[in-house]
Design a protein around this ligand. Structure first.
Ligand code: APR
Ligand code: ZN
Length: 236
């Protein structure tokens, strides 16, 4: 496991033009989470939920990775054993930047899977409604490969494993409302010795006093300093 974990959220893709969730004009201002992206919503509001993710997929198609994605992927390629990029994002901007090993904790927009047999398909930017309603293997319903609120997130196990060896955590662009990185830092068994927090502004769900360095500015304006610190840590 890598000793340096870069933990990212919607803020890192904001400068590529993808809406965050909880900022002003964020996605949750326009949609009701409890109706469309919550466990059970495929039974109660199936069309709305499918449409919501069809729109997200289309929206992603022309979005380009920004400077932060590109610099982080460059670093990941240079130090594959030392650096792990983890994201809560479902977009493919790290992949567009060239990564093949980013850990997506909340699913991946381009994928759909069968509710019954778990068969998975990459539909790229297509729409689920018109293309693959039924599983080609067992004819059950296909659904977006997205972890909804109150659903289990299978990849959290990988997150916990990664955090066991983490010595240096860099948090970029997350409000901390869904996953509390603070808890990993506070954990008495944690190996974390160094930490950086980079968000646009303070979040009520993150205790910034826990972090060694706090950068409240755009990711693109922070990333050079972050990369410098990471390289310094690796080469120390
Ligand atoms: N650079 C750095 N940080 C930014 C930028 C930017 N250009 N723009 C916004 N931010 C920060 C905001 O300050 C905020 O702290 O990004 C954070 C976005 O927070 P949220 O919208 O809550 O997104 P995130 O924390 O990733 O959401 C977590 O919630 O609904 C779900 O499953 C969804 O994975 C998502 C999870
Ligand atoms: Zn199936």
């Amino acid at each position: 496991m890598a000793k340096i974990v870069v933990f990212t959220g919607a803020g890192i893709s904001a400068e590529s033009g993808i809406s965050t969730f909880r900022d002003k004009d964020g996605l949750w201002e326009n949609y009701k989470i409890e109706e469309i992206c919550t466990a059970g919503c495929l039974n109660t509001k199936r069309d709305e939920t499918i449409k919501f993710y069809d729109l997200r997929r289309k929206d992603c198609e022309n979005k380009k990775p920004n400077y932060s994605h590109l610099e982080l992927v460059k670093l990941e390629k240079e130090y594959p054993n030392d650096v792990k990029i983890i994201t809560q994002n479902i977009d493919d901007l790290f992949e567009k930047a060239g990564s093949t090993s980013v850990l997506h904790l909340h699913g991946f927009l381009k994928e759909i899977y069968c509710e019954k047999c778990n068969f998975k398909i990459n539909i790229s930017y297509d729409s689920l409604k018109t293309l693959y309603n039924e599983c080609p293997k067992c004819y059950s319903f296909m659904r977006p490969n997205i972890v909804f609120f109150n659903e289990e997130a299978p990849k959290y196990e990988d997150l916990y494993k990664e955090m066991l060896d983490c010595e240096f955590i860099i948090v970029i662009g997350t409000s901390g409302n869904v996953i509390s990185i603070d808890n990993f830092i506070r954990n008495p068994h944690s190996r974390i010795k160094k930490s950086i927090l980079n968000n646009l502004k303070k979040s009520s769900a993150i205790n910034d006093r826990l972090y060694n360095k706090v950068l409240y500015k755009k990711a693109s304006e922070s990333i050079d300093e972050i990369i410098f610190d990471i390289k310094e840590y690796i080469n120390k």
